[in-house]
Write a protein that binds this ligand. Structure first.
Ligand SMILES: [Zn+2]
Length: 278
């Protein structure tokens, strides 16, 4: 039992410190299989199996369940689809047959978002959550039709921005410590007072809205770089800098922006380098 428990602890530590997604977890899973088999343990099968538990990833009930889920989630993965709307992006995050929409673009962009869902074989009825990174009109522009079409979906945003966001249904305020569909919400104020980022620590993915900017945004250059908040549209640059330092303390591989091209691979190091200049 001690050996099995130790494996769990080791695995959990790995996931926590190096939770970078499918490949890393697959390697670890293999290691656990070998170890556990040689020691006659029996805790491996559920970890290596494709997810069959039906566990709701939004509810975590115990440390062991969390760890087990972590493997399942990493094995099944969460996919990020960028819906490039020209001057801004929305995102469709999918795990299994459920989708989360992050931001809704400008008015009239609901058709493009629907196309993003179709691209991954889903439709409006698969959308359980709509998360708004902040209140600006190029991020909430199609919220009305998106919520009307995704009639099952709950809407979420940072508390300070909610009064400025018109929505067909009430939005739930979220901030540090909250999770939506297993995604962690991190408050990243400054660009607007209620700006939030969406983090999948297991997949190593962060969606920052306009807390930072990607290459080609006019803020970060065009060479695959990363830039801070756009001073032209940011209400509090000092606070925005603190938010970037907060993000820099996280470990992740990929960062997705409201404006500009994604940073894929080694993203947290680049954010840390930027944060060091602020
Ligand atoms: Zn903005």
């Amino acid at each position: 039992m001690n050996i099995v428990n130790m494996h769990r602890v080791t695995r959990r530590a790995f996931v926590t410190e190096f939770g970078r997604g499918v490949f890393a977890i697959a390697i670890l899973g293999t290691g656990i299989t070998a170890c556990t088999t040689s020691s006659g343990g029996s805790s491996t099968s559920s970890q290596d199996a494709t997810p069959t538990s039906g566990t709701d990833p939004t509810s975590t009930t115990s440390e062991e369940t969390t760890t087990s889920e972590a493997g399942s989630e990493a094995a099944s993965g969460i996919s990020v689809t960028r819906v490039n709307l020209g001057n801004v992006s929305a995102y469709v995050l999918v795990r299994g047959a459920e989708a989360v929409i992050v931001d809704t673009g400008n008015p009239g962009n609901e058709g493009d978002i629907e196309a993003g869902l179709s691209e991954v074989g889903l439709g409006w009825n698969n959308v359980g959550s709509v998360i708004l990174t902040h209140r600006h009109p190029d991020h909430i522009g199609s919220l009305g039709p998106v919520m009307d079409n995704a009639s099952q979906a709950f809407g979420y945003a940072g508390e300070a921005d909610i009064p400025s966001i018109g929505s067909p249904r009430p939005l739930t305020p979220v901030g540090d410590g909250d999770t939506v569909f297993g995604l962690s919400i991190v408050e990243t104020p400054g660009h607007t007072p209620g700006s939030i980022s969406v983090v999948d620590p297991l997949a190593g993915v962060v969606i920052v809205g306009d807390a930072m900017n990607g290459a080609g945004s006019g803020v970060a250059g065009s060479d695959g770089g990363v830039g801070g908040a756009n001073p032209q549209f940011t209400s509090d640059m000092a606070q925005a800098a603190e938010s970037i330092k907060k993000l820099a303390a996280l470990s992740f591989d990929s960062m997705y922006f409201g404006h500009g091209d994604p940073l894929e691979g080694n993203a947290s190091q680049m954010v840390a380098e930027l944060a060091a200049t602020l």
